[in-house]
Write a protein that binds this ligand. Sequence first.
Ligand code: NMX
Ligand code: MLT
Length: 440
Amino acid sequence: MILHEKIAEQLPARRERIKSLAKEHADVVVDEVTVGQIVGGMRDIKSLLTDISFVDPAHGILFRGMPIPETLKKLPKARGGKMPLVGGFYCLLMVGEVPTREQAQAVEAEWADRAQVPDYVFKVLRSMPKETHPMTLLSQAVLALQNESVFAKKYHTLKKDVYWEAALEDSLNLTAKLPIIAAYIYRMKYFGESKKPKYNPKQDYGMNFARMMKVSDKRGYAELTRLYFILHSDHESGNVSAHAMHLVGSALSDVYQSFSAALNGLAGPLHGLANQEFLGWAIDVRNKFGGVPTREELYKFSWDTLNNGHVIPGYGHAVLRVPDPRFMALLEFAKKRFPQDELVRLAEMVFDVVPQVLKEQGKAKNPSPNVDAVSGTLQYYYGVREFEFYTVLFGVGRALGVTANYLWARALGQPIERPKSMTTQMLEDAVEKAGQPQPV
Ligand code: NMX
Ligand code: MLT
């Protein structure tokens, strides 16, 4: 299998580099920690190791060193489309090389072979109350699948240096099954259907998902799906979902247990749920003004949101200091295909007005949009109008990045994560020692 071969080939050199850093250069200082960072959510503390992606505050995401336009350009494309095969992108994340078409198709074929979901998973989903949030359903389905974990089953017989092989099996199995589970949740929850979606090995990952969702591809939903999964895959390791995956995985919990935890973090309104929140906010604007409002009306509406103590969803970021290039890529997709759509025009106007409002308020360090300020708008255009479902789509994409990280963490023998905590008194003592007046 292509991923197995490539990773095995790269491993000796990668392990040597980590060994050398850990043994010979362990005392080199790369960062220092301030009281503000400890009190303020560990912001910007450089303390995680990954080679899968990096977020440059001024330029945004780099997947294996490549910005979005280069990534989309270089990867082999899906048949009849302009967007890359998701299988090729997964290969890039996993092994750090742009794959050939054959290699990309080999990953797609791996997924097709593994695309069966055991009946008990669907049973778990059907047994839940109707109003259960789709992110809860997705997380439960993933946790139910833990029963299938190759890593968990073999754990007692495996030596540490081959953990990654079982992790790769679990990663491929999970990512193969997720589109089926997500589409099942969608059709079950919103259309009352209980028929299990069937993966077609002749179609790629993106087209399979579009078809299983029963969203017509006439206007290019499979293309959006490919782009959507790629853009949402990874955002370095410190964001809540990636970090949750890494943290739980560091206890040698398997891919399913770790990813279920990641999804629970993604389900928070300050993280992945913001796509649902943004679209709800945009629809409120549209309903209140009977369409796209004037700039003045939107300006006042935005201030009212802030004055009522709410955040403006889809705006701001903990790391980025420019408009999120994922937002720009999705907006470009929409403007090329359906520029006149009312919600696209509204998203553009929000992009024009809200940064000014946030700057005037003077609190947000980054007044620009993040990926969530337009992603739901595109889904809505294609007929996926159930906002609550949008974070599930984020989750299917996020699995690609966090499983690649999980795999390399096991391959490189990354240890259990265990930062040190301090008491308030200890921080006050540190302030005093630094010669600053004691806080009240
Ligand atoms: N609307 C109103 N206030 C905001 C916003 C916003 N969009 N963004 C930041 N602020 C406030 C923030 O609440 C904080 O206020 P306070 O001092 O009263 O606690 C202040 O500005 C400083 O926050 P920052 O340091 O700029 O941002 P932080 O790193 O703490 O948080 C987010 C980052 C993304 C959580 C924050 O910008 C936010 O809540 N945005 C809206 C929700 C959102 O879009 N989340 C999705 C993030 C991307 N994703 O997909 O995960
Ligand atoms: C993400 O994609 O995880 C979000 O943009 C949040 C982050 O990077 O902090």
